[in-house]
Ligand binder design. Structure first.
Ligand SMILES: Cc1cc2nc3c(=O)[nH]c(=O)nc-3n(C[C@H](O)[C@H](O)[C@H](O)COP(=O)(O)O)c2cc1C
Length: 140
């Protein structure tokens, strides 16, 4: 069965990368130019942290994620969004993941803080396995 790939952005602090690498499936870091410029060949899931800029607009979506979503094919094949955040950011908690989900009409599949707990990893693996299964049954 096809494992739905996860495309994520992770900054130098690497919290999201640490989580993504524990998912046991293909995971690509959009901080790397090669991945940021690629086009996905089927359904995929986005995993993004939120980064409040502090400017007036308070954008929270990482530039690499914006860049990747500029591709119409990537937008069309996106099936769900996951977010990493920090509750200290109050009403901006998970702002990037939630905004992308709202704008694309795709569900938020999972949210966790920082690099996640072992439970978060297990839960996320379960959700993604269910997604693989649902996609495999989907009529083409
Ligand atoms: C400057 C800065 C701004 C952040 N802004 C937000 C935010 O608006 N909302 C949120 O939920 N988390 C926010 N966070 C927390 C990060 O999204 C979280 O720590 C994430 O795990 C970082 O992933 P990374 O280390 O892979 O880049 C912010 C962190 C930093 C350092």
């Amino acid at each position: 069965m096809r494992q739905t790939p996860v495309y994520y952005y992770s900054s130098a602090s690497g919290l999201v990368r640490a989580f993504a690498e524990r998912l046991g499936r293909p995971a690509f870091n959009l901080a790397e130019r090669e991945h940021r410029r690629s086009e996905v060949d089927g359904p995929w899931v986005l995993l993004t942290p939120s980064y409040k800029t502090g400017n007036e607009a308070n954008d929270t979506i990482p530039e690499a994620v914006r860049r990747f979503l500029r591709s119409a094919a990537n937008r069309r094949r996106l099936v769900g969004v996951m977010g990493s955040g920090n509750r200290n950011f109050g009403r901006y908690y998970q702002h990037a993941a939630r905004e992308i989900a709202a704008r694309s009409g795709r569900p938020v599949l999972f949210e966790f803080e920082l690099s996640g707990t072992p439970w978060d990893v297990q839960e996320c693996r379960r959700i993604l396995a269910e997604l693989d299964d649902a996609l495999a049954r989907r009529p083409r």
